[in-house]
Each structure stands twice: as structure tokens, then as C-alpha cells.
Design a protein around this ligand. Structure first.
Ligand code: SF4
Length: 455
């Protein structure tokens, strides 16, 4: 049967009475994958519910990168097991990184025999077929290939926002950083064709999208799997030409692969947002080598200095892991020193955790928890101090804010982002959501700016 026939089947079999619930753990890639899952389920005629106890289909989009996310997935699966034992007639689909990361899949399935479908990150377009098969097959259906077929992928999404969108430009990763499970869960790198990406963004723009975030594990190696001389800077140039797209963002970058052409794009492309997220992970050359990152702190700082030479207004953010195996006090001080030298606008800080299946997990020189925590707190102090200093500089300035939503903490306030990815809260009518509004900054703290509409 074709996908169209599966869709017809579900619609004709009153699936419009069925509800689905999607629960997402992990990164923006997963959030975006969930948008696609929601679209597929709606295409089958089903309705979304935020209440899992009311759902006929529960899709758990999992993360295996962080232990906390994996624990939450296992906790939720435990709750669902009890629900199913009480004879509740619903289907459970587990997708995302965890199925591909499971070392002992048989044991996982034995413990979780209430799962109906287990699917990997590359299989979302097969969801209608898998759901159909699960109606007749009482055993868990397993389909966890990590081979993306970007040519045949039917990329449609239920977008979370009307004014901004995530767009996948590539899948997978070839890097094998020694702490990371992603290459094992999302497979080898494959890029979408440039024309396909540009077409998708052109359509998004026609539907009112003003901001796109290009997604990939390592966007700077975009194009390596494509014929011809296509690279990431060329893709940025083409997207910059699309009418209506006011802001182009991208994540994540690998410091080794960000080219001078991409760095120069901050000078030449008017719609490229003034924000670069460049994960450094450590400031110690010894640790960077052991992480298999393929750059030194000097390489990293040289790229950062090139960016700063273009404009001191470009916001810089990064990721840092504290307590990598064998990290000495001296290594950690190198990281602190780099943080202060760059003066990041913000840093995603992580405490190293052992991910089964990665090289670093099996090292014997793991850092004791109390030392990791102590370093983590010192790092956080430095990071927060830099962030506050950066944010205070905005006071008195007028900035353009793309308004995202009503503030989560105060329903009279709106919340949006500057071009530099700063969160701004200000009083305004909800009709402004999706607009770009001029706001005068009146106050700032470590994590956000406050302001008033600048008439
Ligand atoms: S570049 Fe390294 S950290 Fe990033 S996804 Fe690939 S292996 Fe993981």
C-alpha cells in the first residue's frame, strides 16, 4: 500500500474520533521532528490532545543525549505500563534517538513490552504504514533504520509558530566526539538539496514566516554529500535572497568547519541574524583532543576574533561540558579563562554524564561528582557575570523584537527575541504576536531584557 492508501484507510475508519498526544524530550531537532509527527497524525484525521490520559495514540519522541531526558522517558513509559495493564486500549509509539541508542534492544523490549511501535529518527514518513501494521500485529513493531532518504521524505509540518520555523538542512553527524551518542542515534551525515531547502523556505515566507532557523548537527559541513560545489555559505546566500525572510539563524556549528566564507556572511548578508552559537565544549587543548573535537583553543579564538572584527554587536553563545574524564583543575581554569576572554552572551553549561556506548563513558578517570559540581558552580558564576554585563549594555537602546508569544510569567506582557537572540519582555497587545516591533530597553537581568514599545 502507498502512504495515500494508509491515510485513506485511517480516515475511512473513523480515525477522526481518535486523539493523539505527542511528548517531546531533548533538543530542537526533536521538537522539529515532533512538528512533523503532529502533521502526519492530523493528516490521518486525528486530533491533538495535551492530556495523555485522553489519547488513543501516544507518541514519545525520545532523547538519548542526556541521562536526565532518558530517565524521564523511562519514567513516563513506567506510568504507561500501569495504564495499559488496566486494559486501556491505546497505542504507544516510541521514536527519536533512544531506540537507535539502545545497546540491548531485546532487553529494552522485554522490559517495555507495552510499546506498540519503536521507530528511529529516519522513519517518520513511514508512520502511517507502521500504525496500520500495528492494528493487526500484537507484537512490538521495530523499524529503527538510521539511513535517511532525503529524496523521498515528504517534509510537511504542523508548525508551532506562524511567524518562525525550523528547517532541517541536513541529518546525522560524522564527527564522533567521544562524549556524544548522536552519530550512533542519528546516523551518518546527509544534506538536503539546496533547491529543496530554498523551495521550502520560499513557501514558508509566502505563508508569513519571517524567521527561519536552519537545523543540522553540524550545519557548517552542509553540502559535503551533495554533487557539485555546494556549501553552507552558498545556501545562506540563496536564503538571504528570499523575500519576506527577515532573519536567518542556524544551529549547530562545529568550530572546525565554520569557514571564512560563512564568517564573512555576517558582513555581506543583511538578513543573517547577528548571533553565532559556536560550541567550544572546553578551553583546554588536552581535553579538546580527548573529546576528538579537531581544533585547539587557539583555532577557536582565532575564529571568534574574526567574528568580532566584523562587528562587536554579534552575540556569541556556546556550549561547555564540565568534568570530562581526566579534566584537571588546570584544564578547568583554561576553560574559565576562555569564557572570560570571549565574553559570551550566554553559555549552555553541562555536567559531563556517562552516555553508554560512547568512548568517554568507559574511561576510568571519571571526575567525582562533588568536584564536577564545584567547577560547574564556578563556571556558572563567570558565565552569569558576562551575560549580565552584556545585557546591561542594552539599557537605553532601541531594538527590533520579533514577538513570539504572551509571556509565560505575566499574561499582560509579550515576549520576543532581538536579532541577537536576547529575550525581551514588554507590555503590548497580543495582536502584535508575529510582528517585528521596536522596543526601548529599560532594564536588564542575566537572562532577559525588559522594555517599552518605542513609538
Ligand atoms: S559534532 Fe560532536 S557533539 Fe555534535 S552531534 Fe556530532 S558527535 Fe555530537
Amino acid at each position: 500500500m502507498t502512504n495515500e492508501e494508509y491515510i485513506k484507510f485511517f480516515k475511512e475508519n473513523k480515525s477522526s474520533n481518535n486523539k493523539f498526544h505527542v511528548r517531546t524530550y531533548g533538543c530542537q531537532m526533536n521538537e522539529h521532528d515532533s512538528e512533523q509527527v503532529e502533521f502526519i497524525m492530523s493528516t490521518l484525521g486525528m486530533k491533538k490532545t495535551d492530556d495523555y490520559t485522553d489519547a488513543d495514540y501516544i507518541i514519545i519522541n525520545t532523547c538519548a543525549v542526556r541521562a536526565t531526558a532518558e530517565n524521564k522517558v523511562n519514567g513516563f513509559l513506567g506510568i504507561l505500563k500501569h495504564e495499559k495493564e488496566r486494559n486501556k486500549d491505546f497505542k504507544i509509539v516510541v521514536s527519536g534517538c533512544l531506540p537507535n541508542a539502545e545497546k540491548d534492544l531485546d532487553e529494552f523490549l522485554r522490559l517495555n513490552n507495552h510499546i506498540d511501535i519503536l521507530m528511529g529518527t529516519a522513519n517518520y514518513n513511514k508512520l502511517p504504514e507502521l500504525l496500520y501494521n500495528s492494528l493487526y500485529d500484537k507484537k512490538t513493531i521495530v523499524d529503527i533504520s538510521d539511513q535517511y532518504d532525503v529524496e523521498s521524505m515528504d517534509l510537511n509540518y504542523n508548525r508551532m509558530y506562524n511567524h518562525k520555523a525550523f528547517v532541517n538542512i541536513m541529518y546525522g553527524c560524522n564527527n564522533f566526539c567521544t562524549y556524544c551518542i548522536v552519530p550512533y542515534t542519528r546516523g551518518r551525515e546527509v544534506s538536503r538539496k539546496l533547491d529543496d531547502v530554498v523551495d521550502e523556505i520560499t513557501k514558508l515566507s509566502a505563508n508569513g514566516v519571517k524567521e527561519v532557523t536552519l537545523l543540522g548537527q553540524n550545519v557548517n559541513s552542509y553540502g559535503k554529500t551533495l554533487d557539485g560545489n555546494v556549501d553552507f555559505s552558498m545556501l545562506l546566500k540563496e536564503i538571504n535572497k528570499i523575500d519576506g525572510i527577515k532573519r536567518i539563524r542556524f544551529m549547530t556549528s562545529h568550530p572546525r568547519d565554520i569557514s571564512d566564507e560563512v564568517i564573512n556572511s555576517y558582513k555581506t548578508l543583511g538578513n543573517l541574524s547577528k548571533h553565532l552559537h559556536l560550541p567550544v565544549q572546553s578551553g583546554s587543548n588536552k581535553v579538546l583532543k580527548e573529546m576528538n573535537r579537531h581544533y585547539t583553543r587557539e583555532d577557536y579564538l582565532s575564529k571568534i576574533n574574526k567574528i568580532k572584527e566584523i562587528s562587536s554587536d554579534i552575540a556569541l553563545t556556546t556550549d561547555i561540558i564540565v568534568g570530562f574524564p581526566g579534566e584537571t583543575e588546570e584544564d578547568f581554569l583554561d576553560t574559565l579563562d576562555l569564557v572570560n576572554e570571549v565574553g559570551f552572551d550566554s553559555v549552555f553549561t553541562f555536567i559531563f554524564s556517562q552516555r553508554e556506548g560512547t568512548k568517554a563513558a568507559y574511561r576510568e578517570d571519571q571526575i567525582p561528582h562533588d568536584i564536577k559540581m564545584e567547577r560547574f558552580n564556578r563556571l556558572l558564576d563567570a558565565v552569569n557575570k558576562n551575560a549580565l554585563e552584556k545585557n546591561l549594555k542594552y539599557i537605553g537602546k532601541s531594538v527590533l523584537v520579533l514577538v513570539d508569544e504572551i509571556s509565560k510569567t505575566d499574561e499582560n506582557m509579550l515576549s520576543g527575541k532581538t536579532d541577537t537572540f536576547k529575550t525581551v519582555n514588554f507590555k503590548g497587545d497580543k495582536e502584535l504576536i508575529g510582528d517585528i516591533v521596536k522596543v526601548k530597553i529599560t532594564d536588564a537581568n542575566t537572562f532577559s531584557l525588559q522594555g517599552i514599545i518605542d513609538e
